[in-house]
Design a protein around this ligand. Structure first.
Ligand code: 13P
Ligand code: SF4
Length: 315
């Protein structure tokens, strides 16, 4: 679509959203044009918190499936729409509820702390949900002698173990975007750009985190970029965040770390293809047709809400 068509579609969406008393939420990893039409842009925690505060008939979650589910669980009386039901998450997929249930049965004395990137069924088996923004704060509040299963992100779990001194039992899941950043490229960028700051999401591998100046959620990385006196940054997270960073800091330079290139299948991008499934055309259609609508089984939602609410209380 050309720029003119895009601008027309954006104004049609804005008009329709007012008529229908709808609010659009977008994660930082979505396409720039989606972030531009959103009422709220945020990380997983901020989006969930904001959803409980807005007064609207329709909530549109431009992100991935588990974000829409979390929103529906928190706001059961609202119509929650997602532009594309197929926008999944490789990390959430790495932990199936039946596998977690079997693992729990092998460790009956452990409590379960789950990253928000999980299905509602997994959240229903969880004691407390965390996001990358609040994982340390929440784990720090758990009893010192608590035995804990942490899943599904192995990299985030190891990082939280290292900063809390815990020894949580880690699920071996990963995000396909964050786990493939190239250490070699990062080291090369650092060598070529003295004085640069490296900002990384804790879903990255430990070798990447070890080379980073700041480790945090998308929101924490953005806030750091704004307040830092540095002028150049290397970014080890999904490249969608660069849109807000560049908008907030037009005089600073942001360099995305590329993924490792596997022979034959490597690509030169570091985008989450699920987040990119949110397009202006799909947002417009979903607002017009009021579908696809997110539904969560009542029984699952009733179990999952306590682990999400515990997170909101402990954040
Ligand atoms: P944030 O919680 O930092 O928004 O991250 C969500 C996510 O999907 C990271 O890949
Ligand atoms: Fe999931 Fe990774 Fe995409 Fe985040 S970037 S939504 S963890 S697949």
């Amino acid at each position: 679509m050309n720029l003119e068509g895009q601008e027309r579609l954006k104004s049609d969406i804005i008009k329709l959203k007012k008529e229908k008393n709808a609010v659009i939420f977008a994660h930082y990893y979505t396409r720039p044009e989606i972030q531009d039409i959103a009422d709220f842009i945020g990380d997983s925690l901020a989006l969930a918190q904001q959803a409980t505060r807005v007064h609207a008939d329709i909530l549109i979650m431009c992100g991935v499936h588990f974000m829409g589910e979390t929103m529906k669980i928190l706001c059961p009386e609202k119509k929650v729409l997602v532009p594309d039901m197929n926008a999944g998450c490789s990390l959430a997929d790495s932990c199936k509820a039946e596998d977690l249930a079997a693992f729990k049965a092998q460790h009956p004395d452990h409590m379960v702390v789950s990253y928000v990137n999980t299905s509602a069924d997994v959240k229903a088996l969880t004691d407390v949900v965390v996001t990358s923004s609040n994982a340390k704060k929440i784990v720090d509040q758990l009893p010192a002698d608590a035995k804990i299963i942490f899943g599904p992100d192995y990299n985030l779990g190891s990082y939280i173990n290292s900063v809390t001194g815990r020894n949580m039992l880690l699920w071996n899941g990963a995000c396909h975007v964050h786990s493939r950043f190239s250490l070699e490229a990062l080291l090369q960028f650092k060598k070529e750009n003295p004085g640069v700051e490296v900002l990384a999401h804790p879903e990255c591998k430990a070798v990447i985190l070890a080379q980073s100046d700041v480790i945090g959620s998308t929101k924490a990385l953005l806030e750091h970029a704004i307040q830092s006196s540095a002028k150049r940054f290397i970014i080890a997270t999904e490249s969608g965040i660069l849109h807000e960073m560049q908008k907030a800091c037009p005089d600073k330079e942001f360099i995305p770390v590329p993924p490792e290139v596997t022979e034959g299948v490597g690509c030169s991008c570091n985008e989450c293809e699920y987040m990119r499934m949110n397009t202006l055309e799909k947002v417009y259609a979903c607002l017009r047709d009021e579908q696809p609508e997110m539904h969560v089984k009542k029984e699952t939602a009733e179990k999952a809400i306590s682990s999400i609410q515990r997170m909101l209380e402990m954040s």
